[in-house]
Design a protein around this ligand. Structure first.
Ligand code: FAD
Length: 405
């Protein structure tokens, strides 16, 4: 743990819970990841290879080589393929998120982290050797192809609106359709494509690039941390051998559920780290900068914003740890991860917004990462389920539970 003032306060309040629940190995890995991100990764934030469609792959590979040397590459997955528990993963991924570049550097980033988790859980031995191993080694990136263009009435918040089709032709599936917002499609080596067969939704593993998967354009979005950006993609007569299907025909939504809760929780973990760093930067600004004869922090309006940050960060951390504990019981944690995703993404957005405000004009510049964190977390309130969709599904559960009581 750091000796920083606010983090120290957190340690004083919550020393035992995390220490009891967390193994020594999780603390040790988290400490190594934190030191690596703060000392080695943070200086790369000013690197000109960080573009609007994410850092270049050259930069990612350069950072990963350093992470490998430091022993922090893919820190949550071990050589035998086993994974830290979700509660352990929480602290490690939080530390990796202390810079928006950290998850890329240590290979805990989205969408690869969720894709690795899914492949580790449901892939066959052959599928793991071919598609998972290069991801765990940090040598390849992956993309998850589910969402479709809204203008064409495709799947978005409602995946059952899926229009991409899969038809069996001999020993191959033939896939046709268009996908939207596919993070990292540009530059990815591994794809997981969702398409609808007669039996229902299916997930297919594909090698990328493939001439049958055309990147039409990479969208201009407000976030900029994910390599390859977010692409609109046309899939035309993509032929996939039958043994590259994950699970069985019609398993697509069921398997996606396995990925969904841990993947959305891992976003909460990483962005908690970034919001924490933004809060540190805003705190330093408010404690040094003066206006009207005193430090900004001594103006109640500013001090209260920082106090509210502290409260939001701690509540968000507790939600993450609680949901991680639920997932560690083997539960799919569908309702719990909806609750955590809403609470954490909304809380972190408030934190990032306050950090911008505390820092005045400097807060909206690229001189610090605060403006980027604000923009990244704005997008997080939409992907992996918009806030309203999670609340809507929770309301359905409330009605169902009431009817069954
Ligand atoms: C940065 C970013 C990265 C992404 N990466 C990927 C990726 O790698 N792979 C992938 O497949 N997808 C990806 N997505 C897509 C993302 O999952 C979708 O944007 C999301 O599911 C919402 O779908 P939509 O954009 O079509 O919004 P729509 O379905 O059009 O919904 C628009 C809005 O309507 C409201 N709404 C919808 N349904 C309800 C409801 N039942 N009750 C109340 N309100 C409702 C919500 O406010 C919602 O924000 C990404 C998106 C973003 C922004």
């Amino acid at each position: 743990m750091t000796a920083r003032g606010w983090d120290g306060l957190g340690d004083a309040i919550l020393p035992e819970i995390r220490r009891i629940v967390l193994s020594d190995r999780a603390h040790a890995i988290a400490a190594k990841v934190e030191a690596f991100v703060r000392d080695v990764v943070v200086p790369f934030e000013a690197d000109p290879r960080c573009g609007s469609h994410g850092p270049s792959d050259e930069l990612v590979q350069e950072m990963r080589a350093l992470a490998k040397t430091a022993g922090v590459l893919t820190p949550h997955i071990f050589d035998d393929g086993s994974h830290l528990t979700q509660v352990e993963t929480a602290i490690v991924l939080q530390k990796s998120g202390l810079s928006p570049l950290g998850p890329l550097a240590v290979n805990t980033m989205a969408p690869d982290e969720g894709n690795m988790y899914l492949l580790g859980k449901v892939g066959t031995a052959e599928q793991k050797a071919r598609f998972l191993a290069p991801l765990v080694a940090g040598e390849a990136r992956s993309a998850f192809f589910m969402t479709e263009p809204a203008v064409e009435g495709g799947a978005g918040s409602d995946p059952s609106m899926m229009q991409t089709t899969a038809k069996l032709d001999g020993n191959h599936w033939v896939i046709n359709g268009r996908k939207a917002f596919i993070t990292g499609a540009e530059g990815a080596k591994v794809g997981i494509v969702m398409a609808k067969a007669e039996e229902g939704a299916c997930l297919f593993l594909v090698d990328l690039p493939d001439p049958a998967i055309k990147i039409e354009r990479v969208l201009e979005t407000i976030d900029s941390s994910m390599p390859g950006g977010h692409a609109i993609v046309a899939i035309e007569n993509l032929r996939v051998p039958a043994d590259q299907m994950l699970g069985h025909p019609g398993d697509g939504f069921k398997l996606a559920q396995i990925r969904l809760s841990p993947a959305r929780l891992s976003h909460c973990m990483r962005w908690h780290g970034s919001a924490t760093r933004a809060h540190e930067i805003a705190t330093a600004y408010a404690c040094k900068r003066e206006a009207f004869g005193k430090k900004l922090v001594d103006h109640e309006g500013v001090g209260f914003m920082l106090a509210d940050n502290l409260i939001d960060l701690k509540q968000a951390e507790l939600m993450i740890d609680w949901c991680a504990g639920v997932l560690d019981t083997g539960s799919l944690g569908t309702a719990e991860s909806s609750m955590a995703k809403v609470a954490v993404s909304e809380a972190l957005y408030r934190v990032a917004d306050r950090c911008v405000q505390v820092m005045g004009g400097t807060g909206v510049t690229s001189d610090t990462i605060v403006a980027q964190v604000f923009q990244e977390i704005r997008a997080f309130r939409i992907y992996d389920g918009p806030t309203e969709v999670h609340k809507w599904s929770l309301a359905k559960k409330i009605k169902r539970d009431f009817a069954n009581a």
